[in-house]
Design a protein around this ligand. Structure first.
Ligand code: HEM
Length: 560
């Protein structure tokens, strides 16, 4: 069967009309469907006849809707009557462009993307379309539909909206890292990196280094709280956790310590940490720079300029550390010593990635690994302070299974299911990435709609995380909902997939879990986390990521 079959425009138009579609019996999905109506003047259209997609379509059709558009070598052949409900994108509900503009630009929608997800889901249903300037997005806020999309992914799923990242890299002659790369280039790098960080046992080797950072974190808490009147409160815990996450990720990625948590940081290091903090915050502010059309840049140059400046800083930072490692390795080799080390050493020795690719991946992992971890730790401490009975049960589990003083390693975590539940529940309530993007690589039928190849999808994790049908008493903080009743019990739930799912999911998941689990265990062994008069209700806001909208201030009281 030829890959491309030609279909007469007029027949296609018929196929798009729901009432006329029902008389075609062969199931196929029409590529570039959204462009069909635009091309009314052309006589023919090329339509990809993809057998895999047709099979997926048949399965989908059995499930809920029958999918049917049109096919055949040359002409559409109406054969037999067949009931078909596949709807077109034109029929999909969604907010009007103007109301989106008002929502985002007049009502500070960029800070409330997570709430808008929920609002639009209530207004338009669990699958809806939106226009953001030139961008057209189909949002999916249903657990089963999200599962369907992610399970159907091919070997190189495509992330949406990475053009501005790619543009920066082209401009500076830099390589792409895992986040921004696509296709075979992405697959090659992913295959190398996944061997070192994707399994719990791969990251277990980092336990010792992470525990050293935690020792410094605890010392720092002692210092900070001693500066407060009550001797217990730490204000804006996120500042502290930012430094912890930066230090932790640097230990793992660069195999070196930065000294972010020292009490007396040399002035040079202070400047350097401040510059890093600035770059992170600038990055969040400017990450929408790519949404501004290029022709507008001469008139509004600042966002793009700052976006490039923050990338320059992040790349420079990574490059310094990678270059230092290269020198270290070289001098060890020169002295005839055996070279041992972690992830970076492995990458440099095996040469499976080029040095440019290593710079790019270290930079992107640094960017992906700091705020995500620190916001999650901040929310976890906030929730523990607010729910003392939950904190007590997590603490008791630690005392009973590990003891009050024993320093945990990654091997201990499976003995502490409540710690795992605590992290999962924190990320359910505050998923750092409230949504995830994909560009469809095949035509798909989702929720009864034909979604053509090349469509941008927004998977609305925040909205699904708060659905009662996915999580009863969804607004409550209940880590125990994640406990398994027995070994066979699975509590996975596509309603909350804070690290994504499948081949393109977060590659740093195990690193993040290690850093967060070990830190929370030691924090609870040392302190009772309590609300203080300075603890105010804190709401989430979207600022690139889902961040605490205000300072989180809590007490770290000594355990009796
Ligand atoms: C609580 C912490 C974290 C959360 C919630 C988180 C979440 C996510 C999510 C949702 C994605 C997108 C997945 C997808 O598209 O399906 C992602 C991708 C990624 N994350 Fe994380 N992340 C966290 C920590 C980290 C850390 C610590 C690192 C590295 C040290 C990291 C590195 C990455 C990278 C490189 C990608 C791109 C993967 C790819 O495209 O192949 N993340 N993360």
């Amino acid at each position: 069967m030829p890959l491309f079959t030609k279909i007469l425009t007029s027949s296609c138009k018929q196929a798009l009309e729901p009432e006329k579609r029902s008389c075609f019996s062969r199931v196929i999905f029409v590529s570039e469907f959204h462009q069909l109506t635009k091309r009314s003047s052309s006589q023919t259209l090329e339509v990809q006849n993809n057998t895999t997609t047709a099979a997926a379509a048949t399965a989908a059709a059995k499930d809920k809707e029958e999918a049917m558009v049109a096919v055949s070598e040359g002409l559409l052949k109406p054969t037999q009557h067949h009931h078909c409900n596949v709807k077109s994108l034109q029929e999909m509900p969604g907010p009007k462009t103007l109301s989106n503009l008002v929502e985002f630009f007049w009502k500070d929608g960029f800070g409330r993307i997570h709430e808008i997800q929920q609002k639009h889901t209530q207004e338009y249903g669990k699958i809806f379309k939106s226009h953001f300037g030139p961008q057209f997005v189909v949002s999916i806020a249903d657990r089963d539909m999200v599962a369907q999309v992610l399970r159907a992914e091919g070997r190189t799923p495509q992330r949406a909206n990475m053009e501005s990242w790619q543009e920066y890299r082209d401009l500076r002659g830099r390589a792409t890292g895992l986040i921004s790369a696509e296709g075979e280039q992405w697959l090659k790098m992913r295959s190398v990196l996944r061997q070192k960080v994707l399994k719990p046992k791969d990251v277990a080797v980092f336990s010792e280094g992470v525990n050293e950072v935690i020792t410094d974190l605890i010392k720092r808490i002692h210092t900070l709280r001693s500066q407060e009147e009550d001797g217990e409160t730490v204000t804006n815990v996120n500042n502290l956790f930012f430094k912890y996450s930066m230090e932790g990720v640097a230990t793992i990625l660069y195999e070196s310590r930065l000294g972010c948590l020292e009490n007396n940081i040399p002035e040079k290091t202070v400047e350097y940490i401040e510059a890093l903090e600035l770059m992170f915050s600038m990055f969040k502010t400017t990450m929408y720079a790519g949404a501004i059309p290029k022709w507008l840049r001469p008139f509004i140059p600042k966002p793009w300029r700052e976006f490039c400046r923050s990338w320059d800083g992040l790349f420079k930072f990574s490059q310094i550390h990678v270059d230092n490692k290269i020198k270290d390795i070289q001098s060890q080799l020169d002295q005839g010593e055996e070279v041992k080390g972690g992830l970076l050493t492995y990458l440099l020795l095996t040469k499976e990635l080029t040095v440019e690719e290593i710079y790019a991946n270290m930079t992107e992992m640094l960017l992906a690994g700091v705020d995500t971890t620190s916001f999650t730790l901040s929310w976890a401490t906030y929730l523990l302070a607010k729910y003392p009975e939950v904190q007590q049960s997590v603490y008791e589990e630690i005392v009973n299974n590990l003891g009050k003083d024993q320093v945990p390693t990654s091997d201990d975590v499976p003995k502490l299911p409540m710690i795992r539940g605590l992290l999962k529940e924190t990320l359910r309530l505050f998923p750092v990435l409230p949504g995830n993007g994909r560009v469809t690589q095949e035509d798909l039928v989702v929720g009864g709609y034909l979604i053509p190849k090349g469509t941008q999808l927004a998977l609305c994790h925040y909205a699904t995380s708060y659905e009662e049908e996915n999580f009863p008493m969804a607004n409550d903080f209940r880590p125990e909902r994640w406990l398994r009743k027995d070994n066979m019990d699975r509590v996975d739930n596509f309603g909350s997939i804070p690290f994504g799912y499948g081949i393109r999911s977060c590659i740093g998941k195990r690193i993040a879990e290690l850093e967060i689990h070990l830190a929370l265990i030691q924090l609870l062994q040392n302190f009772e986390i309590k609300v203080s008069p300075k603890t105010k209700p804190v709401k989430a806001k979207t600022h690139g990521l889902l961040t605490p909208g205000d300072s989180i201030n809590v007490k770290f009281a000594d355990r009796k």
